[in-house]
Design a protein around this ligand. Sequence first.
Ligand SMILES: [Ca+2]
Ligand SMILES: [Ca+2]
Ligand SMILES: [Ca+2]
Length: 280
Amino acid sequence: MFKPFVLGAAIVGAFALSMPARADLTPIQVKGGGGGGERCLVPESGNCAPGGNFGGKASILDIISADIGKSLTRVDDSFDQLWNNLVDNGGIVRARARYAGDNSELGYTLTDKTGYVKLLDVFSTNNRVRVDSAALANASNKDDIVAFPAQASWVTIKADAFDPYQFVLRNKTQDDWFSSMPGAKTFDNALDQMVTFKVEGSKDPHYIIAWEDRVITQMFDRSGKFKCKGADCDYNDYVFELKLTQPVPEPSTWALMGMGLAGVGFAMRRGRAANARRIG
Ligand SMILES: [Ca+2]
Ligand SMILES: [Ca+2]
Ligand SMILES: [Ca+2]
C-alpha cells in the first residue's frame, strides 16, 4: 500500500547539516480535479478523497502500487529536480495515468545543452490509469482502469552517463512548459509542478512521477496554509513511470554535489599549479 512521506523524512534527517530542516513536500490537492470528478493521485485516510466520484475507491497510486506489487514512498522535493544515471541511456519511461483535458507531452532537457527532447505524447484517451494486471483492468466498477495499450511501451531517455537532465512537461494546449527544476530559466513556473514517489524494493531505482499541467500562480496563503491558485494542484494530470538501470541515482542532487566538490578541487589544484609556475 501507499505509505506517505517516510523516505522524505529519512533523507532530510541524513542531510540536516546541508539541507533545510523542513521536509520539502509540495502539497497535493487530494480531492482531484473537477471538484472530485477525477480519481485522486494520493489517498486521504486510506481512500481516494471523499466527496467526489471516486470517494472511497482506490487512488491512482494505490492502483499502480497494486499493479507493481510494491509499496510507494514520497520523495522529498529537494531531491527530484535533476536526474542522471551511471550508464549511458540508462533510463526508461512510460505513461501510467492521465486525468486532464489539455494536450501535453513529456520530455527532458539536458542542463549543459540546449534543446528539448520529446519522450511521450499523451494518450489519445484521457482519464485513465494504465496497468499491466489483467485482474485490475477487468475489475468491476473501475471503468477508468485499462490495460496498457501497445503504444504505451517503454521509451529510452538518451542521456550520457553522469549527464544531468530535467524532466519537462509541455502543455501544448496552453503553450506552457514546466520543468522538474522549479524556476528553471526558459520554463514557465517558479513553483513545483512535479512530485515523485519511489517504488520500494525494486532491484534498480524505480519511480512514479506526477505533474500538475496548468500554471500554479500561488501555492500558499500568507499564513503558510496550502491554497492552490491558477490550477487545481491535483497532480494527476500526467503520471509516468521511470526506471533507471543502475543502483545509485537518487534524484541526482547527490551526484551534482559530488561533481561540484570535484570541480572545486580541480580548480584549487589548477590555482596551486599556476601559482607554483609563477613563483618558480
Ligand atoms: Ca518536485
Ligand atoms: Ca490539474
Ligand atoms: Ca487533473
